[in-house]
Structures are given as C-alpha cells and as structure tokens.
Design a protein around this ligand. Sequence first.
Ligand code: FMN
Length: 222
Amino acid sequence: MKILAINASPRGKNSNTLQLVEAAIAGAADAGAQIEYLDICRYDIRYCTGCGKCYQTGECPIQDDYADILSKMQNADGLIIGTPVYINAVTAQLKTMLDRMADIIHCQAFTRKYGIVITTGGGGGTDDVISYLGNTLQVLGANMCGSVGAIMAEGPEKFEQQKNEATKMGKILVNAITNQIEFPEQEELHAQMRVRMSALVSANRENMQHEYQYLKEKGWIE
Ligand SMILES: Cc1cc2nc3c(=O)[nH]c(=O)nc-3n(C[C@H](O)[C@H](O)[C@H](O)COP(=O)(O)O)c2cc1C
C-alpha cells in the first residue's frame, strides 16, 4: 500500500504543519504503509492557464514538475495533505497545484483513493481549510477519512495532543484503504459527481475528447 504525504508550507523543516504530517506518516508507517513525502513548495508548479488541452489529451502542456507530482498521486492508494492556514485558506502553492487538476475532477480519477487533511493555523481558520480540502478530495473522487487541525495559540501541550491525533489519523487512513471502507454520505456525493461530470463532458465532447473516452471506458457515459 502506497501513501503520498504532501506538505504545502513554505517553511521547510521549520513548518508546524510538517510536525503533524510527520506524526501521521509515523502512524501510517506503523500500520504497514509505504510512504513518500513531498514538500510541494520545493517544486516548480506553475499556474493553470485554462487552455483546456488536458480535457482533450489528458496531459498538461506546461513543462514543470506537476506531471511528476500528479503521477505520484495517481500511483498512491492514499493521500495525506497538509497545509498551514494562509488568510483562512490553503497556501497559494497548494491552490496552484489543485487548480491544475480540473481534468482529474472531470474524470473522477481519484475514485477509490482515500485521504486525510492536516492543517495548522496561528489563531484559527483550521475549520475552513479542513472543509475546503475535505470537499476537494471528495470532488476528485476520493474518500475523506478524517482531519487534524491545530491552532498554535492553544500552546505546546495541546499541540502534542494533536500530534497524537495525527498519528491515529495515519492509522485510520491505512485501515480505510486496507478494508476499502465506504462512507455512505460520500458515496452519494460520488454518484452525483459522476452524473454531473458525465453530463458536462458529454455536452462538450468535441473539446473534451480524452475525458469523453475515459468516462465511456468507465461505463459512466452510455
Ligand atoms: C501569510 C500568512 C497568512 C496566515 N494566515 C493565517 C490566518 O488566516 N489565520 C491564522 O490563524 N493563522 C494564519 N497564519 C499563521 C499560520 O497559519 C501558522 O503560523 C501556521 O502554523 C504556519 O504553519 P507552517 O509552520 O507549517 O508554515 C498565517 C501565516 C502567514 C505567513
């Protein structure tokens, strides 16, 4: 079982979020997963230009590190996504990567993957980030297994507790993958997304040929 852990703090080794991501990695490793860690701020990920070529070909024409990162995500059974709260949202680096993933959403290509979300904020904002990233995982097709949000102003003792929570969350992620756990309310959203994306891609099939073929092969378009 492969898990890809991403941290989107630009603070490298000094990142608070990294401490929680590392705790989740330790939990997942203890439960038997093979884990790769990516500090996405060290990679060259450029802005989506909205050219729509990925809809046609399945590939982004921008020559940067995104294709490698996407391939690592596609090869993983589970994702740990960590980000600090920046102005009540994820960091620009993470958003830039997510904006490159419209083709993944149209294809619901992360179906049967599992993920957890980790965030730290100075004084708050963690609930907003968890809500956004949890929803993003689901609209990509993946199942959201849980989250940990730590508020640094709550002090070191509380942060230690959150590290333990992150370790537990790493184990929960591995258990969900091992047992292919289904979350009924998320299955409902996945079903709605498949219908919505099939309708969108069918209506635009001339400009979305790769996605049309992909969804047809999946049997989601008749
Ligand atoms: C540009 C910037 C924006 C931030 N915005 C918020 C915010 O909206 N709410 C908050 O509680 N903390 C905010 N913070 C504080 C960070 O979320 C907090 O220090 C976090 O733990 C940093 O994580 P890191 O060490 O992993 O980078 C911000 C910090 C920076 C540098």
